[in-house]
Design a protein around this ligand. Sequence first.
Ligand code: FE2
Length: 283
Amino acid sequence: MRHTSYEKWRKSRLDNYPCGVEKLRVDIAGLHNLSGAERASISAVVRQFNMCIYRCRDTESDRLAVREFASALGLNRPDLHLCANDDGVSELCVAHEGVRTEYVPYSNRALSWHTDGYYNAPSHRVRSVVLHCAADAASGGENALLDPDIVYIRLRDEDPRFITAFEHPRCMTIPANEGPQGEIRPEVTGPVFSYEKEGHIHMRYSARKKNIRWRGDALTHAAREFLSSILAETGGPVFHYRLKPGEGLISNNVLHNRTAFEDAAGSRRFLYRARFFDRTGTG
Ligand SMILES: [Fe+2]
């Protein structure tokens, strides 16, 4: 990015802050038949923050409705990963049997900071995610959310070499996922920051200590330390929100985490999640 256009872009992103989570919110009738005005409202918020929290008046939802909603917002190329159903929509709830029991998202444990699909090959970047809440937990299950554009700016302001470290094609390696029947996913190596044709920033990141190999140089270490300090800020640009039934988050794969949660007897937290190779909010 040329210096003058970067400065202009930087200012336009930072001008949105500080602000409360209510700025992310848009009310809609439901997931079906999104009106032109509703689509425009969601896209406008996404363009500002790379994410939007929508609230449906009609709280009925199913997998098909989530795909219809996503499609209305330009998301038509789903990531058909291991735990998704063949329509690309995963059902996030506590799993008691099957392959899902081996993955933290399908438990009630806390999830550390990450972007979705950080273990995907570069040819399968997850550019957007819809997370729709059908039922919330008795307690817990709050998300923290942070726009990668802000992370990029904060790192570059602190030390432009942090960006160089995070752009390195061997910056972050996710070892192969091995199952009892052999390799489920090969090892994946790539940068934290990469760039779309239109100039949008794409971020791969996981704060997990296990199963991630970082490039061992001092600059990468310092960049990671500084990023951790941004993620730990309580009064910074991090949003906190606990989705309620009928609410959802549509985002250009922003950084997020999740607190642990407890289900009540006879009911369970249940979210639909669909990941796409398309960005949203561009139209
Ligand atoms: Fe996630």
